[in-house]
Design a protein around this ligand. Structure first.
Ligand code: SF4
Length: 284
């Protein structure tokens, strides 16, 4: 099971995205997938390149639109494991509408966000995840907007799987991606993935000093939605680990009445030429 390909990533040395790439490759192998079982769909940004760096089906989509494409792929072929990925600007700014609706729709895909709290590809502008007072070229006097808390939004939107990890913790990150893939429904995994070139505030050391790892918090119950929301609010979302999971709710494709268990992509159209002509005529 070889999920590595020969393409050398052109991320900056030390970029947190390398670990996310490695964790996806390890998780896919650990859960027993073959490359032809996996599709990785990405948006635009440094992190969006990840779909080209994994030996699987891949599509580097357009800005903020990884999730609509990924949902289409899953509905066309439910046998595929589908991972959508991108950065915090991609998923929590231009793509936020898609993110919220994919969450509440609960289609069985895994969304991995590489959250570096800045726009890296365009050389360092403030993102919705940047802290208040954060100075960049786009906010030279410091950001005056509130920092978005996407995991609180996800819980409020009815998420069935919410997790967070850190690029430095490859073991935890790999395990969470495995759990996300195996979760029956939409799984959101936000990854603190430092941009070493443009974000000199939220560095590896800064995260190490500020993160609380839920794996070390005795008695934390990830099936308790209220406790999850409380923990996020208490800590400013600086927690890692499995934050919330609801195994009871069925995924979208298992709730749609009459939705075929056989992947649509494998089905024969079985239309006669006359039927096809009539169908086309309806759209004229
Ligand atoms: Fe990574 Fe930042 Fe470099 Fe982009 S600019 S590759 S996010 S370190």
């Amino acid at each position: 099971k070889e999920f590595r390909n020969k393409i050398k990533p052109n991320w900056c040395p030390g970029c947190g995205d390398f670990s996310v790439q490695a964790a996806i490759q390890r998780a896919a192998a650990n859960v027993g997938l073959e490359p032809e079982d996996l599709a990785v769909i990405s948006g635009i940004g440094c992190s969006g390149r990840i779909s080209g760096y994994i030996n699987a089906y891949g599509l580097h989509g357009i800005h903020g639109r990884a999730l609509p494409i990924a949902q289409g792929v899953k509905l066309a072929n439910r046998d595929l494991t589908v991972i959508a990925s991108g950065g915090d600007g991609d998923g929590f700014a231009i793509g936020m509408g898609h993110t919220v609706h994919a969450i509440r729709r609960n289609i069985n895909i895994t969304y991995i966000v590489m959250d570096n709290q800045i726009y890296g590809l365009t050389k360092g502008q403030t993102s919705p995840r940047s802290g208040e007072g954060f100075k960049t070229k786009s906010t030279p006097e410091g950001s005056i907007e509130s920092t978005l808390s996407p995991l609180e939004v996800a819980l409020a939107a009815g998420a069935t799987f919410v997790a967070q990890s850190f690029s430095s913790d490859l073991k935890q990150l790999t395990s969470l991606i495995e759990q996300g893939i195996q979760h029956e429904g939409f799984s959101l995994i936000n990854v603190f993935s430092p941009c070493v070139t443009f974000n000199k505030v939220n560095t590896y050391d800064w995260f190490k000093d500020n993160i609380i790892n839920l794996d070390t918090v005795e008695g934390y119950d990830p099936t308790n939605r209220l406790a999850a929301m409380t923990k996020l609010m208490e800590t400013g979302s600086m927690i890692t680990g499995l934050i919330y999971q609801n195994k009871e709710k069925k995924s979208y494709e298992n709730l749609v009445h009459g939705f075929s268990q056989e992947p649509l992509a494998h089905q024969s159209l079985a239309l006669s030429q006359a039927d096809f002509d009539n169908l086309v005529a309806e759209f004229r």
